[in-house]
Design a protein around this ligand. Structure first.
Ligand code: DWN
Length: 392
């Protein structure tokens, strides 16, 4: 049974950057549910994949050093630990992971054709298709044996999880390994990171909920790692249950215990989270209003899907935040979805003139602080809402 615990208000599609804020855009009521049986947290309104992931999708995973480094590290680990003959990446984006492998060792699947083209041009076999059973049949016919499947920040974006895993089990070899990584529900709830919930993030997994889903497909988690990426993610290492050659690490039990201790299997935890988020909103609005009362300027750093979610939930407009800066070409000179706040191309000069910067990309805080050391040294301040609204 799905039980409602938080209403994040009327939201646009979080990656729908428009050249004019007056253009009418699709909006929906963003509500979060906890399923008391499967323990999965999901958003109530599902938007079709075609509307979200298309030939103009703006998000590029290779635009941050943190992500490049993380993908490099896991690529080395994959080669060293599993030495696969053929790797499949589901949701290869602009190739931040697959570019670490030789072209004949890896296949990408990326439905956003603008992104798929980037890796196709570099000689990587990339299917610009949605991950589904039909595609898995095509791959099985063509490649016979895929011994490693990797997918980061993608499977939680697909509504039909049964089809996702049925298709994976269709192509994964018997001794094959599936590695998936996504934001950790535990970290989201602990850090009050409510902006991890928006139209693209249909689910936010915990190990408890993922285990329940995998069970149906005779898959099991044999290891799990906590990552710093995207504000705290989990990387799950998965195999077929019948493959007894791989031992189950004690990390799996430890993570389950951690989540149960925190109450991720109980509705009351999410109910309390919902109340905390309403307070978080009030506090953030208060911080912004007081700064503006003193005629100080605030800009936003990182026009993320998360920032769009926060701005729309808190009903913040350009009277509060003058503009956002971002390095993504596809986002600049457009507006943060659902707001009249313009996004300007990142330039250090734009930072200098301001007093406060709201961290839209709070998940890259370390990387950004390092880059903006001059702003910090001359007394510039950052504002964040994670784990609670404050000025840094
Ligand atoms: O799952 C998803 C993740 C992985 O990425 C998607 N549903 C959509 C997207 O979410 P997001 O927009 O919240 O992602 P990021 O990775 O937090 O976006 C960072 C943004 O900040 C990018 O637009 C690039 C920008 N940026 C910047 O301008 N300067 C980032 C850094 C580190 C910088 O120095």
């Amino acid at each position: 049974m799905n039980k409602f615990f938080l209403n994040l208000g009327i939201q646009p599609l979080a990656n729908n950057y428009l050249p004019n804020f007056r253009i009418k855009q699709k909006k929906y009521n963003l509500k979060l549910n906890f399923n008391t049986k499967s323990k999965i947290v999901s958003i109530s309104k599902r938007i079709s994949s075609k509307e979200m992931f298309h030939s103009k999708y703006p998000y590029r995973s290779s635009l941050s050093k943190t992500m490049i480094d993380s993908f490099k590290k896991i690529s080395l680990e994959i080669s060293k630990k599993f030495n696969p003959d053929l790797i499949l990446e589901i949701g290869s984006n602009d190739g931040a992971l697959i570019c670490n492998f030789e072209q004949n060792k890896v296949i990408g699947v990326e439905p956003c054709s603008n992104l798929a083209q980037i890796t196709q041009k570099k000689g990587y076999k990339t299917y610009d298709k949605y991950w589904d059973y039909n595609l898995s049949k095509t791959l099985k016919k063509k490649f016979k044996k895929i011994d490693l499947i990797y997918s980061a920040n993608t499977l939680t974006h697909i509504s039909d999880l049964d089809e996702v895993f049925r298709s994976i089990t269709n192509v994964l070899s018997n001794s094959g390994v599936l590695i998936i990584e996504d934001p950790s529900l535990l970290e989201c709830i602990k850090n009050n990171a409510y902006d991890q919930f928006y139209n693209e993030h249909i689910y936010v997994f915990s190990i408890i909920s993922l285990k329940n889903i995998l069970n149906k497909f005779n898959l099991e988690i044999f290891d799990v790692k906590n990552l710093q990426t995207h504000g705290g993610s989990l990387r799950y290492y998965i195999k077929r249950k019948k493959n007894k050659k791989i031992n189950i690490s004690s990390n799996v039990k430890k993570q389950i215990i951690k989540e149960v201790k925190f109450g991720l299997d109980k509705f009351i935890t999410f109910k309390k989270f919902g109340k905390k988020i309403e307070k978080s909103r009030e506090k953030l609005i208060k911080i912004f209003t007081e700064i503006r009362k003193n005629n100080k300027k605030i800009i936003g750093y990182g026009a993320t899907a998360k920032a769009a979610t926060v701005m729309n939930y808190c009903k913040i407009n350009s009277n509060i935040i003058s503009f956002f800066i971002d390095t993504t070409k596809e986002k600049t000179n457009k507006y943060l979805p659902g707001t009249n706040i313009k996004i300007l191309k990142y330039h250090s000069k734009l930072i200098k003139k301001n007093d406060y910067i709201f961290l839209g990309a709070w998940n890259f805080k370390k990387e950004i602080f390092k880059k903006e050391i001059k702003f910090i040294r001359r007394g510039g301040k950052f504002i964040t809402h994670v784990p609670y609204p404050r000025i840094i």
